[in-house]
Design a protein around this ligand. Structure first.
Ligand code: NAD
Length: 475
């Protein structure tokens, strides 16, 4: 059990001004693993002032030197990969091996991906009579979730450092422990004081204060669409730049010529990664109506191979939900699927046998899901897959697009060109073809209510830049 009563501000660990505390709970066994102090307005003001003071000199630091810091951060993170992965496994429940590989491996890859981008980026160039100068936007406020906590943080910190911005991070209070480790790394690599500041606290207090703050130039949130709306409203007061990475209800479109066994089983694994607590989870599986029965059988057999349990038990693929509230919400969705008449293929709302402690939910597959059902429309954020039958390719595209969200998707076909043709018609920020894996070099972000802006790649860097036009030669 660890206690954290400090914040990382201006390069130092300082006593938190906020007096409230929050317990961090291991969702696998419901035990308190840490108690952390929650920041208040004074903590936010101190952190923003430090970031503001550090901005002019960090903005002027040569690009190659900033790249060097990013490289050092990636190396320091790699040196502590098992420790960070295990911390994340403990605070949010993802199985240890997956946590080490994905929760830490991905952010390291993302940090490294920005080095060639920034070294090749044209921060200044002539355009006719005008000189275009791309400048860092300034002080950034970052508000992040618990599901891929380090990855979501680095998705913002890496491009901000690359651009020359300074920042204040407010991580999720459900999984803040890895952020203290990140602050330790910033200290270890000697990042100039005030460039990176950490204030842990509640979204409604610290997050809201950052979104409202006059001295914050940009706010970037990854989280639910509801929080995105509140942050955008608060940020509107000072016309700051807002980028949002929000929820999703992504469609996995399996065409009639696809290898059904492969498409369905991979689709189930991908949907249930991190127990379905993944923004880009392919939670709707669209299959030709004539193949639905076979697809449901494959899905059922795939789920039956998945082991659920404690994050530190070997061979476990499915961990718990992050907290009791999330477990109840997911169970509620399973009940609603049954009530609305979907066919329960496997799973159900009851507690899984043998897992008395911990916020576990049975991995659940529904078939005969129609597009209007709640389980086809709302983001469940749990291990629940909805199989939706379709009769024609046009209908499949219409169902895929029948969502307020537009984050991700996938198309399976024996003919990649045919798959790409469907991908072009799907209104989402990313579409995977067949078993394409996650690409850290690809931009990610949402259409519609899934967000504003992009993370990763040069498009992710550009979110942190202002464009200045210096016109005329002055002669
Ligand atoms: P959440 O919205 O509850 O919290 C996210 C962050 O916002 C937390 O740090 C929280 O404290 C803060 N917050 C909450 N209310 C706030 C307010 N009024 N003002 C300022 N900050 C506030 O989300 P969560 O439960 O932590 O994460 C799950 C959600 O995140 C899902 O909807 C998921 O799809 C989404 N998500 C999206 C992406 C993406 O890249 N698009 C990635 C991961 C997660």
């Amino acid at each position: 059990m660890s206690n954290h009563d400090t914040m990382f501000i201006n390069g130092k660990w300082v006593q938190a001004a906020g007096k409230e505390t929050a317990d961090v709970i291991n969702p696998c066994n419901e035990e308190v693993i840490a108690t952390v102090r929650m920041g208040n307005q004074e903590d936010v003001d101190r952190a923003v002032a430090a970031a503001r003071a550090a901005f002019p000199s960090w903005a002027k630091t040569p690009v190659a030197q900033r790249a060097e810091y990013i490289s050092k951060i990636a190396k320091a993170m790699a040196a502590r990969q098992p420790e960070i992965g295990d911390t994340i496994a403990r605070e949010m429940g993802m199985p240890q091996q997956l946590a080490r590989m994905i929760q830490v491996g991905l952010p390291i890859a993302v940090l490294n991906s920005f080095i060639p981008i920034m070294n090749n980026y044209q921060f200044e160039y002539p355009m006719g009579r005008t000189m275009i100068v791309k400048e860092p936007i300034g002080v950034c406020g970052f508000i992040t979730p618990w599901n891929y906590p380090m990855h979501q943080v680095i998705g913002k910190v890496a491009p901000a450092l690359a651009a020359g911005c300074t920042m204040v991070l407010k991580p999720s209070q459900l999984a803040p422990l890895n952020s203290y480790l990140l602050a330790e790394i910033m200290e270890e690599v000697g990042l100039p004081a005030g460039v990176f500041n950490l204030v842990v606290g509640a979204g409604s207090k610290v997050g809201h204060a950052l979104a409202l703050h006059r001295d914050v130039d940009m706010i970037s949130l990854t989280g639910s669409t509801g929080s995105g709306t509140l942050v955008a409203q608060a940020a509107a007061e000072t016309i700051k730049r807002v980028t949002l990475e929000l929820g999703g209800k992504s469609a996995n479109v399996i065409l009639d010529d696809a290898d059904l066994q492969k498409a369905v089983s991979k689709g189930v694994f991908s949907c249930f990664l991190n127990s379905g607590q993944t923004c880009i989870s392919l939670s709707r599986m669209l299959v030709p109506a004539a193949k639905q029965k076979e697809a449901a059988e494959i899905a059922k057999a795939t789920v039956a191979t998945m082991k659920m349990g404690d994050a530190f038990t070997e061979g476990v693929y499915l961990g718990p939900m992050v907290d009791a509230q999330q477990r109840e919400s997911v169970q509620g969705y399973i009940k609603s699927g049954i009530q609305e008449g979907a066919t329960l293929v496997i799973g159900g709302p009851e507690k899984p046998e043998g897992l008395e402690k911990g916020y576990f939910v049975k991995p659940t597959v529904f078939a005969d899901v129609t597009p209007g059902m709640k389980i086809a429309q709302e983001e469940i954020f749990g291990p629940v897959l909805s199989i939706v039958p379709y009769k024609s390719e046009e209908e499949a595209v219409a169902i895929a697009n029948d969502s307020v969200y537009g984050l991700s998707g996938c198309v399976w076909s024996a003919d990649p060109e045919r798959a790409r043709g469907i991908a072009r018609q799907i209104r989402t920020g990313q579409v995977f073809i067949n078993d394409a894996i996650f690409d850290v070099d690809a931009p990610a972000g949402g259409y519609k209510m899934s967000g504003i802006g992009r993370e990763r790649s040069k498009y992710g860097l550009e979110e942190y830049l202002e464009i200045k036009a210096i016109i005329g030669s002055g002669q």
